[in-house]
Design a protein around this ligand. Structure first.
Ligand code: MG
Length: 218
């Protein structure tokens, strides 16, 4: 069975919950190698997303993600707003008007989101950015979909890979974003954008019915 608009709305709700619950951890991660605003921005942004979809209930998963994209772009400051906004917008475009999303379409929407982040941020794998969570997530999602997993299996694989990817940013020296100004001193800290990406993908899996709601990405 595919995922419908209720999944997308649950994903946004659980995303807002995760950003609220992990706000302080994200602030601390960004304090270490950035400007401390990531937790606050993401929390505020997803609260605004919830308000938006309550005011104007979307009818398809794509419409829900498009509403999230527009809200994140206008409400979230720093680099994260445009990056996540682009990610959700590309995913929305990839899903189109479909009412029901199968595993393949889901994996391709995640790939479109990742490609949007790459296009916008110009980061590559290993630069210590959210791409280090997105790219392994996309690869795991595609492998799962090609192997016959259902949408839940695709999202669980993506979330797991994103968490591993986020943790793997710890020893890296940042080559993009504000953390790159620190040079070698950026090593030994997890990238906050990779951590929030892992939280958001875990929320996507939880919305699809995953019993694994824990994370070790923050
Ligand atoms: Mg920041």
């Amino acid at each position: 069975m595919g995922l419908d608009v209720n999944w997308a709305l649950d994903w946004l709700k659980l995303s807002a919950k995760a950003m609220s619950e992990h706000r302080m951890e994200l602030i601390e991660l960004d304090r270490a190698i950035g400007d401390s605003d990531h937790g606050e921005n993401m929390d505020r942004g997803f609260q605004a997303v919830l308000q938006k979809v309550e005011e104007t209930p979307p009818e398809t998963p794509g419409a829900a993600l498009k509403a999230a994209a527009m809200t994140l772009m206008s409400k979230v400051g720093g680099a994260a707003g445009p990056l996540y906004g682009t990610a959700y917008l590309r995913a929305a475009t990839s899903l189109g008007e479909a009412a029901d999303i199968d595993a393949e379409a889901l994996a391709e929407a995640l790939a479109a989101a990742r490609d949007g982040v790459v296009a916008r941020g110009k980061a590559e794998l290993g630069d210590k950015t959210m791409i280090d969570a997105w790219t392994p997530a996309v690869e795991a999602a595609r492998t799962a979909a090609a192997g016959g997993s259902d949408p839940l299996g695709v999202l669980e694989a993506a979330a797991e890979a994103a968490e591993t990817g986020a943790i793997a940013t710890d020893p890296l020296v940042a080559r993009k974003g504000r953390a790159s100004y620190l040079g070698e001193r950026s090593a030994g800290h997890r990238d906050p954008g990779a951590a929030s990406t892992a939280l958001l993908l875990r929320a996507a899996a939880a919305a699809a019915g995953s019993s694994d709601t824990g994370t070790d990405a923050v």
